[in-house]
Design a protein around this ligand. Structure first.
Ligand code: NI
Length: 140
């Protein structure tokens, strides 16, 4: 963890008022904590966009109807093909027909994105989301 540094920020008053309203609604205790979160989020996004070789983590959430022919098999097949990137899966039998699956993925940014796109684009998946995360290394 680095030394704590204070710095001044010049900002339009209206913009700051909007920001304060937002962070209050989100429950931030201070502007500083909200700023730190914004900076970390920007760093994580940049790290994904930079397509670096370093290890990235992400989650994919899928909702699908398990009665769709071959769909469950297809999704399982993709995960076995890429088993080194799939750290863990959580499966919930959501309703009589629908399943929700959350996958934790780990690996190079481009490979993880490709895998997530492939899962989400699988025919029969009714909703899919991809969330970029971080290993938390280099963060304080
Ligand atoms: Ni299920």
């Amino acid at each position: 963890m680095g030394e704590l540094v204070r710095f001044g920020v010049s900002i339009d008053e209206n913009l700051l008022t909007s920001f304060d309203t937002l962070i209050h609604a989100k429950g931030y205790a201070s502007r500083s904590e909200a700023f730190r979160d914004l900076i970390r989020d920007m760093l994580v996004r940049n790290s994904w966009e930079a397509d670096s070789e370093e290890e990235h983590v992400a989650t994919v959430t899928l909702v699908y109807n398990h009665e769709v022919r071959d769909l469950s098999d297809k999704l399982t097949e993709i995960q076995h093909e890429t088993h080194e990137a799939v750290v863990s899966t959580l499966h919930v039998h959501l309703t009589k027909h629908n399943c929700l699956e959350v996958l934790v993925l780990r690996g190079k940014a481009a490979e993880i994105r490709r895998l997530a796109d492939r899962l989400i684009a699988t025919k029969g998946v009714s909703h899919g989301t991809f969330t970029m995360a971080t290993t938390g290394e280099n963060f304080s």
